[in-house]
Design a protein around this ligand. Structure first.
Ligand code: A2P
Length: 222
């Protein structure tokens, strides 16, 4: 492999600082711990898992993966489409290594993934690739019509055998339903916020107080 190709990272993104990583993980664990005890969750359990189980321990069900981050551009060491163009943008170079304050506005759970929705501000959208949502259309067709930044998320855990990339698709599916006017079935007001059910095992907790997370814009070579 020529050095030129290896000089691009696996991905660019915002990496949460250690203290806030712990806080986000705790919040997510609290949510999972509560969710699987709710009657509404138990009622929809067959949508969640195909196995004929009566209960599921969500904390065990999802495996945590690495340092918490919000991917901006997956480059695959230069093999991904548009990787070099992204890396060469002046804003990327200029803001590389800078600190940001991400706003985590919701947590979501599906039979495949658990994640946090990141609501990007105008200055954060500068780092967001223009085609990020369009790249997902083969999986989530309605993604093409969603506003830029809709795909922004933090993967908190994946079910066995599921790739982290799935988390963003799961979020886009929920946002597409919202855009079509489906507000989800309001299940319960929890301490953290309001919990809604979107069918097929998809749950969204809109946080009453968005979690503000300090993060560094950087890249991972992996
Ligand atoms: P995500 O950003 O949803 O968490 P991996 O460990 O599989 O190589 O992935 C490294 C990171 O890049 C993960 O954060 C992952 O998902 C993201 N990622 C992996 N593959 C893709 C892809 N094809 N498109 C966009 N992001 C990807």
């Amino acid at each position: 492999v020529p050095l030129e190709e290896t000089s691009l990272p696996l991905f660019f993104g915002w990496f949460l600082l250690p203290g806030i990583q712990d806080k986000v993980r705790c919040t997510s664990m609290d949510f999972l711990k509560t969710l699987d005890t709710l009657e509404a969750f138990k009622k929809h359990l067959p949508d969640f898992t195909v196995e004929a189980e009566k209960e599921v321990d969500l904390e065990q069900y999802f495996q945590a993966n690495g340092a918490l981050h919000c991917t901006t551009k997956f480059c695959d060491y230069g093999k991904a489409e548009g990787a070099k163009e992204y890396a060469d943008k002046p804003a990327i170079k200029e803001l590389y290594g800078s600190a940001f304050e991400l706003s985590l506005s919701a947590l979501f759970v599906t039979p495949r993934t658990v994640g946090a929705r990141v609501s990007l501000s105008e200055d954060q959208l500068i780092l967001w690739p223009a085609d990020a949502e369009k790249e997902a259309v083969s999986v989530v067709p309605a993604a093409a019509t969603l506003p830029a930044g809709s795909h922004a998320h933090i993967t908190l855990g994946c079910a066995e055998g599921v790739e982290p990339q799935q988390t963003g698709f799961d979020l886009l599916e929920i946002l597409a339903l919202q855009q079509e006017g489906q507000e989800g079935e309001l299940v319960e007001e929890m301490e953290l916020g309001s919990l809604a059910y979107y069918g097929k095992g998809r749950w969204l907790l809109s946080l009453r107080e968005p979690v503000s997370a300090q993060a560094c814009f950087s890249s991972l070579y992996g």
